[in-house]
Design a binder for this molecule. Structure first.
Ligand code: PMP
Ligand code: GLN
Length: 404
């Protein structure tokens, strides 16, 4: 294999994707979806729904294409979508935003995260504090930006941080604390004490708060509380979300961030040279989605709660220990009672053993900490009821395997 110099190495190494021979492996999501396609197994790995979202939203995109909305949109996103995002923040969270100064439309939450971290990191001494296990792009982008990732562990069963460990991780070197709530992969929703500590620590050390709230409408008990709504937080917070999960359009890649005007300007300076813009006809469609009545959002959370319960029951019946999530698409289960010590190897065998694909939690941890998550798996609940029922029936055969 050729030795190609470049920043790509930092991204691949940061995400733990470099093989010993120097080659780069695909992300765990790509690998596991390919495995599901190859084996015909039910894919409870990569988090994407197997049903379409609201018809109004899909129709609006078709109409926009028909109406010629097919050229570059404005750099910050079309005004209709920026206004819908501002109105959404007001309706659900009581935040008053100026759609022209406080809102930026991005190519998914992924680009918002990348542009934000690239914009904020100033040198190799900068640290980004992240809860571990963490979504895979965080480590790659932090490494690409040339900063250091400082992990704070979340442990089963509750996956809430230890506040002393959190305080010890944040220092004057901390450029930003990156907070994913509701949390992928654990499904944790952080409690009020954690939220308040995060804001206090950011203030004490003059750090930014960068939030990843892509599961904001998929919370099972009680409303989602954005960090930006806490006293003193707005000025130092960049809040990120996306349409993918809320409207079941993960392939559209329409995301956004909201923040004070100077922070938006700083992120725009980077974002305009990453994608410049994206998804013209999807932007008015997502605006339509954000204006849907509250019942739509409540029903989406109710449906997913029911599916979480279906999946949880199936996993328990199959012999897993299940850590019930409070939000997100995902449920973490421990395969230790089935005699599993290495979930990464087990996930690669699971299609053969039971016709189901899951993701090992080790994929969300820095290599040095993977041992802490060795027997844990993440299953996606964002699938049709009949698919979850069939997956449960298939997983039930595992119990017989371990018993025999
Ligand atoms: N953050 C988290 C926590 C996610 O689970 C995902 C995957 N959907 C993303 C960001 C990426 O979102 P998008 O597809 O909008 O880029
Ligand atoms: N967010 C999705 C998940 O956690 C995956 C997105 C991706 O494949 N990068 O499953």
């Amino acid at each position: 294999m050729r030795d190609i110099p470049g920043a790509w190495r930092r991204a691949a190494e940061g995400a733990g994707l470099r093989a010993p021979d120097g080659s780069t492996t695909p992300t765990i999501f790509a690998e596991m979806s390919a495995l599901a396609a190859r084996t015909g197994a039910i894919n409870l790995g990569q988090g994407f729904p197997d049903e379409d979202g609201p018809a109004e939203v899909l129709d609006a995109a078709r109409e926009a294409i028909g109406a010629g909305v097919n050229q570059y949109p404005p750099g910050r996103g079309i005004a209709e979508l920026r206004e819908a995002i501002a109105a959404h923040q007001q309706r659900f969270y009581g935040l008053h935003l100026d759609a022209d100064r406080h809102v930026l439309v991005t190519a998914g939450a992924t680009e918002a995260l990348a542009a934000t971290l690239l914009a904020l990191v100033d040198g190799p001494d900068d640290e980004i504090v992240v809860f571990e296990p963490y979504y895979d792009s965080y480590a790659a982008v932090i490494a690409l930006a040339g900063a250091r990732l400082v992990p704070v562990p979340l442990r089963a069963p509750g996956f809430q941080p230890d506040l002393d460990e959190l305080a010890a991780a944040v220092s004057d070197r901390t450029r930003a604390i990156l907070v994913n709530d509701p949390h992928n992969p654990t499904g944790a929703v952080f409690d009020a004490a954690t939220r308040e500590t995060l804001v206090a620590l950011a203030e004490r050390h003059d750090a930014f708060l960068v939030t990843d709230e892509v599961y904001e409408h998929l919370v099972f008990a009680g409303p989602h509380v954005p960090l930006a709504t806490l006293p003193g937080a707005w000025d130092r917070t960049i809040s990120i979300s996306s349409a993918g999960k809320t409207f079941s359009v993960t392939g559209w890649k329409i995301g956004w961030l909201t923040a004070p005007a100077d922070l938006v300007d700083a992120v725009v300076a980077v974002k305009q040279y990453l994608t410049y813009v994206n998804g013209a006809p999807f932007q008015p469609a997502v605006a339509q989605g954000l204006r849907l009545p509250r019942t739509f959002f409540a029903e989406a959370a109710d449906r997913l709660r029911r599916r979480r319960d279906l999946l949880g029951a199936g996993l328990r019946a199959a012999g897993f220990d299940v850590f019930e999530p409070a939000g997100s698409y995902f449920t973490v289960a421990d395969a230790e009672p089935l005699g599993v010590r290495d979930a990464a190897a087990f996930c690669r065998e699971l299609p053969e053993l039971a016709g189901v694909v899951a993701i090992p939690l080790t994929a969300f941890a820095t290599p040095a900490h993977r041992g802490d998550y060795a027997s844990l798996l993440r299953f996606a609940a964002c699938k049709r009821d009949d698919v979850l029922a069939e997956a449960s029936a298939r997983l039930a055969t595992l119990d017989r395997i371990s018993a025999g």
